[in-house]
Design a protein around this ligand. Structure first.
Ligand code: C5P
Length: 215
């Protein structure tokens, strides 16, 4: 089987940026699993499927009309990369991701990304559920204050309005919800290596993951 580097961790930890750069450096494929949950939440909203309708969402997840070719992310043929990044869709992703039948329906779709020469993937349960036999498992985190400051800076750079105390509050709340849910709760697996990026630059985190993978 092709090698897999599974990077899990809380929201705004920087795992997506680190995972994408590691994939680029190795020439591996990259899967941002959170985007699947976000695309499903958006698709459900567009089709009038309630974010609590477990059978309806599971059916929609199995047939999700998504296309990842050419670097973009198309839903029903429409570029969705920016639309799914909103706070509302993030909350929807976390709601639909709490439903066991939805997670089950997305399993095969995620595993299909494991292709030669290898895969780097990030999410909440990549090392625990989706790729339990991953070559390398990393739990990437940073203090909640640090993650809130990074997200705040990102929003300001994009010219959007941002309130630091509110962002910190939302981050703590989302983490608590992701950690408390009965299915695929957010936690560090016993065999995952801890990477705390509170005091690290992105490139240092990338080099650490590459170093572990090469070892
Ligand atoms: O990582 P991202 O913020 O895009 O994820 C959005 C939401 O999707 C998370 O809060 C989490 O509830 C859910 N998710 C998940 N399992 C994953 C990735 C994301 O449940 N592997």
């Amino acid at each position: 089987l092709p090698p897999v580097i599974a990077i899990d961790g809380p929201s705004a930890s920087g795992k997506g940026t680190v995972a994408a750069r590691v994939a680029e450096r190795l020439g591996f494929h990259y899967l941002d699993s959170g985007s699947l949950y976000r695309l499903l939440a958006l698709h459900a909203k567009q089709r009038g499927i309630d974010w609590s309708d477990e059978p309806g969402l599971a059916a929609a997840a199995a047939a999700l009309p998504v296309d990842f070719s050419c670097g973009g992310m198309r839903l029903d043929g429409i570029e969705a990369g920016n639309i799914i990044r909103s706070e509302e869709i993030g909350i929807g992703a976390s709601r639909v991701g709490a439903l066991p039948a939805v997670r089950e329906a997305l399993l095969a779709r995620q595993r299909a990304f494991r292709c030669l020469p290898g895969l780097v993937t990030d999410g909440r349960d990549m090392g625990s559920v989706v790729f339990p036999d991953a070559t390398l498992k990393v739990y990437l985190t940073a203090s909640a204050e640090c993650r809130a400051e990074r997200r705040h800076k990102q929003l300001i750079e994009k010219g959007e309005s941002a309130n630091l105390p509110q962002i910190l509050h939302d981050i703590v709340e989302r983490d608590a919800r992701d950690a408390a849910r009965p299915v695929a709760p957010l936690r560090q697996e016993p065999d995952a290596l801890l990477l705390d990026t509170t005091a690290l630059a992105i490139d240092q985190a990338v080099d650490q993951v590459l170093g572990w993978f090469a070892a």
